[in-house]
Design a protein around this ligand. Structure first.
Ligand code: FAD
Length: 529
């Protein structure tokens, strides 16, 4: 595909978001292309090839719903699909809808400047390409810009350094001595998988996670067919639910349950995985007492699972359950019981240096042939800020967001006309089944472009007041929940040192209704010309 063109829309990124956006715009008769930094489609599932990588929402739900035929014909093999299977699915989607012919691979968008004279975006790539487009659609991913930790001396290390989000399949860690940093979702999965074949694994933990057994298993005969028989109904429930799951939260508060009934409800929720536990009580993420009852139960499970009481203590979180991303585990706590695995809490034992072959703390030295970094992402904003985006008057997005990202509906930014961010900051994005949120954004953007074409409008831009009011609302809703209680990547940090809670916690269903209401009211809160 040529990496220069004059188009209606340029889409940046070929993950779940970019693939569906391209398909949708083509269907609606727009000229559109995708630019993707990687050499294949898949986004998250292309890059995150670390051992143990898999989704933590059941595959039958963590998949597209836009085409009933696609959802009927694709066969998932396990309850939670591994990275390779999700990548095969997205490869299948790209082939099925003949998307590749409009995707420039191995090409990174480096700059996008709004041209006042033509009311179009001028976009540049690292391959020397340029695009002249009416609409710029950032499908760059909320978790796609890897975060490197600030580890003193890392540059001196002579072994292999691997980030989970940029995994190099060709590196063989079998029998090696590995130092691993990070115990969030990816870290937990990688530790469990690597513990089975590395020689020795030292796990450096900063913040412990609550991790729920995935109880992953092959889908049984007839199970998938039965689920597919009611797929439409289930998808509809997910679209209008708080978190984008096919099962709504269970009614009631933990506070009102007698001890035996409470235990029974929590055991049931625990065995249903992360989605089950988050749905255990309708007030779980809002009420401190109710949350603490569930958190205490989860802490008890960690104490039962981990043999060494000191390790169990280090692995026990003290923040509300679900206020940081709830993790799904397959053998993580078992891994920490193994003789070849040891745990270091960096809050008690500070990393002071890294030498050619070891990680040095203020208490000991840990040998390493390789270092694995499961240190996450510059979440929600990193991939957008990595592009030199300039809106009206040459204003740079990084400067505009220096005191916290702002985006009306998490979709559009005042001063940056005709630019849309799929799952941008201020939308449910990472606080939901992300595919459900992606489909909603893609469909809203496509509708918006169709409405503009029908009414002869060429430019859409968020009002600064509407945007400010939306971000105030995002913060206000977050403050009614327990999310701000934890130090998490859901929060961004402003230049003046304030925390900003980035995703919208008001619920996938409520958010959808708000977006639809705004569109139906002639794009209230936007200026159209
Ligand atoms: P991505 O998949 O991140 O794709 C963005 C693409 O944009 C990337 O391919 C990137 O290379 C490209 N790109 C970025 N900047 C540029 C540029 N300047 N130029 C060109 N290309 C660019 N969500 C869930 O709901 N459930 C889960 O179980 C779940 N598990 C996850 C597990 C892991 C390990 C990770 C990292 C995330 C997980 N997520 C999960 C979140 C996941 O990111 C989303 O579900 C979804 O895959 C995001 O799709 P996307 O297309 O929006 O972004």
């Amino acid at each position: 595909m040529p990496d220069s063109a004059k188009l209606d829309a340029l889409i940046v990124g070929a993950g779940f978001s970019g693939l569906y956006m391209l398909h949708k715009l083509r269907q609606e008769g727009f000229s559109a292309q995708v630019v993707e930094a990687g050499s294949g489609v898949g986004g998250t599932w292309f890059w995150n090839r670390y051992p143990g990588a898999r989704c933590d929402i059941p595959s039958l739900e963590y998949s597209y719903s836009f085409d009933p035929q696609l959802e009927q014909e694709w066969e998932w093999t396990e309850r939670y699909a591994a990275q390779g299977e999700i990548l095969s699915y997205l490869d299948h989607v790209a082939d099925r809808y003949d998307l590749r012919r409009d995707i420039a691979f191995d090409t990174r968008v480096t700059a996008a400047h709004w041209d006042e004279a033509t009311s179009r975006w001028q976009v540049e790539t690292d391959t020397g390409g340029s695009f002249d487009v009416q609409f710029l659609i950032l499908a760059t991913g909320a978790l796609s810009e890897p975060k490197m930790p600030d580890l003193p001396g890392l540059e001196k290390f002579e072994g292999k350094v691997l980030h989970t989000a940029k995994w190099d399949d060709s590196v063989d860690l079998k029998g090696k001595t590995v130092c691993h940093f990070g115990t969030g979702s990816s870290g937990i999965q990688a530790v469990a998988a690597m513990s089975e074949y590395v020689g020795h694994l030292t796990v450096f933990q900063r913040t412990p996670s609550y991790a729920v057994p995935a109880n992953n298993r092959p889908l049984e005969d007839g199970e998938q067919e039965a689920a597919k028989a009611t797929y439409r109904e289930k998808r509809d429930v997910a679209r209008h639910s708080p978190l984008g799951f096919a099962a709504p939260p269970m009614p009631g508060s933990a506070k009102t349950f007698a001890p035996a009934a409470l235990k029974e409800r929590l055991e049931q929720a625990w065995n249903a995985g992360t989605t089950g536990l988050l749905n255990a009580f309708e007030d779980l993420l809002f009420d401190e007492t109710s949350n603490e009852l569930a958190a205490k139960f989860a802490r008890g499970k960690i104490a039962d699972a981990v043999r060494d009481p000191d390790d169990a203590r280090k692995l026990t979180p003290d923040y509300p359950l679900g206020s940081r991303r709830l993790c799904s585990e397959i053998g993580f706590y078992d891994a920490l019981n193994r003789d070849n695995v040891e745990l270091v809490d960096v809050r008690e034992e500070k990393v002071v240096d890294i030498t050619a072959h070891a990680v040095i703390t203020d208490k000991a030295s840990y040998a390493a042939d390789a270092i694995v970094l499961a240190t996450g992402f510059d979440a929600c904003v990193g991939a957008v800020l990595a592009i030199d985006i300039r809106g009206r008057g040459g204003q740079q997005i990084g400067e505009e967001w220096a005191n916290g990202p702002r985006a009306f509906l998490g979709l559009t930014v005042s001063g940056f006309p005709n630019m849309f961010a799929i799952t941008g900051p201020g939308s449910p994005s990472v606080l939901s089944n992300v595919v459900v949120s992606i489909e909603q954004h893609v469909e809203w953007v496509a509708r918006c472009l169709c409405d503009m074409r029908a009414s002869g409008k060429r430019v859409i831009e968020a009002d600064a007041d509407a945007e400010q009011e939306w971000m105030r609302h995002v913060d206000e809703v977050a403050q009614t929940t327990l999310f701000p209680r934890a130090d998490s990547w859901y929060k961004g940090r402003t230049r003046d040192g304030r925390d900003v809670f980035m995703p919208y916690v008001g619920g996938v269903g409520a958010y959808r209704a708000k977006c639809d209401e705004i569109a139906a009211a002639g794009y209230e809160g936007f200026a159209l010309s």
